[in-house]
Design a protein around this ligand. Structure first.
Ligand SMILES: CC(C)(COP(=O)(O)OP(=O)(O)OC[C@H]1O[C@@H](n2cnc3c(N)ncnc32)[C@H](O)[C@@H]1OP(=O)(O)O)[C@@H](O)C(=O)NCCC(=O)NCCS
Length: 184
């Protein structure tokens, strides 16, 4: 029997044994995506949700995200223009083109969105799935597409969803009552 043994379990727990007797164990704390982003240098407010780890590129410290922001999966933040590579090689220069990205409070960024350098997204905005955001988005607007453009106001979007929900709820209630009566 080995004098000292260390076992790593699938749940991340590590246990240490001396002569087969467990003497010490610990589990590494898994950081949330928000905490990981902050470690990379992204300024992230309170109560944010990242569905998966966004790609923050090479200058995460150029990115500011407000409070109550939900970022769906596979979202990319681009803070520099890599195309400068070509001109730099031709002209033997070392130019760069960088830009900050800011997202206000209470926003939703749809899946697979790309946010370009120098873009500010205001407060209470919704960005549609698969968008490429190249321009600033004013407060309270829904933008989508490539390039992203104004779709409707956030309040119009919400009212429309509210209506669908109410109609759906009424239909569900009707179906439920009919099922109880045995007519469905
Ligand atoms: C952008 C979004 C919020 C708009 O929702 P909506 O207001 O109900 O959209 P509508 O169906 O009324 O469409 C309005 C217009 O926007 C267009 N549109 C909607 N979503 C779009 C998108 N993601 N990209 C491009 N255009 C879009 C529609 O084609 C329509 O265009 P038209 O007026 O020329 O016909 C929604 O479509 C969306 O993309 N939500 C995010 C989905 C997502 O990321 N889910 C992951 C969950 S974690």
């Amino acid at each position: 029997m080995k004098l000292f043994k260390k076992i790593k379990f699938e749940n991340g727990e590590r246990k240490f044994f001396i002569l087969g007797i467990p003497i010490f164990s610990y589990k590494k704390k898994e950081l949330s995506y928000v905490e990981k982003a902050r470690l990379q240098g992204v300024k992230v407010g309170e109560n944010c949700v990242f569905v998966t780890m966004p790609s923050f590129g090479t200058e995460p410290y150029f990115i500011t995200i407000g409070d109550n922001v939900k970022i769906s999966f596979d979202v990319t933040f681009l803070t520099h223009d890599g195309g400068i590579w070509v001109g730099n090689n031709l002209e033997k220069t070392d130019y760069s083109k960088l830009g900050e990205i800011k997202i206000g409070n209470n926003c939703f960024i749809g899946c697979r969105t790309i946010i370009m350098p120098n873009v500010t997204i205001g407060n209470n905005c919704v960005i549609g799935a698969g968008s490429i955001v190249t321009k600033n988005v004013p407060d309270g607007e829904v933008w989508a597409g490539n390039p992203a453009h104004f779709i409707k106001t956030t309040s119009e979007y919400h009212k429309q969803i509210e209506k669908i929900n109410t109609e759906e709820k009424q239909q569900n209630m009707k179906n439920f009552v009919e099922t109880l009566r045995g007519t469905n």
